[in-house]
Design a protein around this ligand. Sequence first.
Ligand code: UD1
Length: 386
Amino acid sequence: MKIISVVGARPNFMKIAPFIHVVKKYNKINGNSIEHILVHTGQHYDDRMSKAFFKALNIPKADINLGIGSGSHAEQVGNTMIAFEKILLEEKPDWVIVLGDVNATLACSVTAKKLHIKVCHIEAGLRSGDEKMPEEINRLVTDRLSDLLLTPDTLSSENLRKEGVSDEKIKFVGNIMIDTLESNRNKAHKLNVAKIIESNLINGQNLIPRDFGIEQNSFALMTMHRPSNVDKKEILEPIIRFLLDKVTMDMPIIWPIHPRSQKQLQSFGLWNEVIASERLILLHPLGYHEMLKLNMISKIMLTDSGGLQEECTVLGTPCLTLRWNTERPITLRKNGGASVLVGNNITRIREEYKNTLKLNRTPDRPELWDGKTAERVLESILKAKI
Ligand code: UD1
């Protein structure tokens, strides 16, 4: 059997790692009966956004890199399709595996399907209901076309059934990202926080290394990169004001900043103020273990990332999700998870921030988030009768 797996952007890397390790194990026992080719579309290309994750998670270098890079969504998707089609015509795989909801997921599922190659979607069935999010469009199209839809939770399976997907295409396998979390927990635990800060600090800040006062439960951890939060000054500025005027008065904030958010802060003239704060620690995008370590010991998480909502649920980190909706309702406190939706309205953020500070860390373990999802993924592909 020949499989091509596709990755494009940072959140894909922690999802493909366990699958690659499971295929390797299977091949050892079964005489290399699976030929696996890893294709990187190149959407994320900075070392810190891409290469660092391959190294940390022991992912072999991609066999093929399409070198797509930055651009508008149409450019990224179009260029990926053109390049990926050539690979498919040459390699003729039995399966193409796509993950999550990034532009590579959409581009490669459409391309494979048009060439009558079977598509398997890992992390199928998530729905935010918000078609203004590029990721939602990517999910809808990919799920509509995929032959095998592997879901992380039963709510996602239900979403697919409601959309008319037949039962035999849906398989509830659990959350593959949690495989990565579980196998890297111990390594992350051993890291030193002062070292993480020192080695990732963005230049020009008024901070004295080793004097950050960072201990367990003494800081807020923050990430924010969604276009809906960072692309408009009238939305971004009040959030920055809240961070500087309120949160930093209570505790330091550590913010590993995404390139998009840094660019926007600079273009809106907010960068100098942010960088001047002694209590807002701006870091370059962190490696997998570094981020996991900070998440394990932070008092509170503020984020608009889907993956972090999930990791907070398993680690129990009280989380404010800076979005109005989520495709991952299983991570919400009302469903047993750790997060609450606060959107980008400051009154709401302020209120939930206050409530959340009173909470203690309470880890949750949704069904089949057990670190063994990759095995079920491979088993589902091997057994698929399509
Ligand atoms: C993408 C995903 C999003 C995911 C996020 C995680 C889509 C539609 N979105 O969004 O779901 O949560 O990745 O990071 O696929 N840039 C760099 N270096 C890089 C990569 C990007 O500087 O290595 C810059 C780009 O030039 C661009 C900005 O960051 O200006 C955004 O990058 P892009 O790949 O378009 O989307 P993300 O916002 O990262």
